[in-house]
Design a protein around this ligand. Sequence first.
Ligand SMILES: Nc1ncnc2c1ncn2[C@@H]1O[C@H](COP(=O)(O)OP(=O)(O)OP(=O)(O)O)[C@@H](O)[C@H]1O
Ligand SMILES: O=P(O)(O)OC[C@H]1O[C@](O)(CO)[C@@H](O)[C@@H]1O
Ligand SMILES: [Mg+2]
Length: 531
Amino acid sequence: MEAVGVAPAPAGVPEKKLLEVKESRKAAPAAPSTSMAAKWAMKKKLVGGDAGYVLEDVPHLTDYLPELPTYPNPLQDNPAYSVVKQYFVNTDDTVTQKIVVHKTSARGTHFRRAGPRQRVYFQSDEVNAAIVTCGGLCPGLNTVIRELVCGLYDMYGVTSVVGIEGGYKGFYSRNTVALTPKSVNDIHKRGGTVLGTSRGGHDTGKIVDSIKDRGINQVYIIGGDGTQKGASVIYEEVRRRGLKCSVVGVPKTIDNDIAVIDKSFGFDTAVEEAQRAINAAHVEAESAENGIGVVKLMGRNSGFIAMYATLASRDVDCCLIPESPFYLEGKGGLLEFIEKRLKDNGHMVIVVAEGAGQDLIAKSMNFVDTQDASGNKLLLDVGLWLSQKIKDHFKKKRNFPITLKYIDPTYMIRAVRSNASDNVYCTLLAHSALHGAMAGYTGFTVAPVNGRHAYIPFYRITEKQNKVVITDRMWARVLCSTNQPCFLSHEDVEHLKHDDDEHHLHNTQLLEGESSPVKDSSKCNGTAAPV
Ligand SMILES: Nc1ncnc2c1ncn2[C@@H]1O[C@H](COP(=O)(O)OP(=O)(O)OP(=O)(O)O)[C@@H](O)[C@H]1O
Ligand SMILES: O=P(O)(O)OC[C@H]1O[C@](O)(CO)[C@@H](O)[C@@H]1O
Ligand SMILES: [Mg+2]
């Protein structure tokens, strides 16, 4: 392919409107100790516009390699796309973070729209792409790998794609594996990741040495919040060394705890798989005298799986998540509620997210905090603990025999292959990722924001985790569906309202001044909050 001209400064951005704003934000903890890397980590690329419009743009290779040549996008000769009207994304297209607005609202934050660009910064035979998967398993990992490989081959004629095995540490401790459309053809039909994965072992210097030594110039990093922090420091070091290498993050986690984005892939599949466990718990509970089914679902810090699985099922009487404190004993406590529900219905199902009630368990036993290789806190088994507490409670009661079945499908909901909707989602994610890399963007995570795929700067993904906002309407819907008390004291409600005000500014569609559904604790205990 022929090189035509020198790249304009970051695509579509009027030079005078581009502001690189210094932030007081700290660099990620594992960042290399170079002052340059720390300096880049502190910069945002903001573009102002009319009526309070702000584009939080992503870096581009030309930010530090201004002389790079561009080439026509080979997609323009691809027969599959020849009939598509306006296939290339307009360089000015951006995606709004807030879609619910008033006529006087400022237009607010926007992200660069994902998709193919008319001109690319890599020739097909120049690309040496690498793919790595890190963190816990998640349905859809293999689909993303497959679609990255096939997309690069089919759309851009790229024939050099390698897999890094065993997560970040594979960059410097393992040989790479060649990935071709043939070798990945069937992998989307399997759970797990064909590349293997791991926690810990992120050594930025060694990883970037490996990228440089192997001549890798596009790196696709698939993983959760920890992985995206790692990707961010890799990007900073790549930039510091002046390497022509696009660093692209693809967000993965069944916990759905990644901020800004609509949802993470595999989440839908996990919720669907969780239905089987809830269904079994319900069947068991219904068939016994005072039957109780307890189901523990994943969700370390965020209770989205438990919340959506509860809403989807309608068989659940009580959903417990990390974001919503609860207590066992006394008036308005969980044990009182269980007793009442058993008297009313003769059976009940409790869904508990693995991160729920951790403070309560820690208080009730001598426990020293432990961490996994990535520094994530290891959790105590809330399902076992809760089941025992319930059994102990009813043992003390005369004439109240119960039958309790505890189901722990933890790894089953994330080790399965992705469902149809996640497969389609993974395909779009992979395509958006590789279009962005080919167009020279770097240092970004790709994901849908309000239904449109966008390129999001790493810092927006890594600065905070996505959590269930229990003063938001969705949690109120759960309380309505289960008709469980919210178990919060007045102090809890005040405390949470304060926390959530912060969260609302970034993560929900609530408008300034719009009221949250849980307003006071008197509405809370014993009755569901209004929708
Ligand atoms: N702050 C950080 N800086 C650099 N690397 C990090 C950081 N946090 C985590 N990592 C690395 O990212 C990889 C994955 O992290 P982690 O085990 O936390 O999983 P994750 O990506 O958050 O996925 P999930 O939580 O969904 O399983 C690990 O190899 C870890 O060393
Ligand atoms: O046992 P592992 O593999 O460390 O993973 C457990 C964690 O991973 C997650 O599934 C997130 O990927 C959490 O829900 C869970 O706490
Ligand atoms: Mg994580």
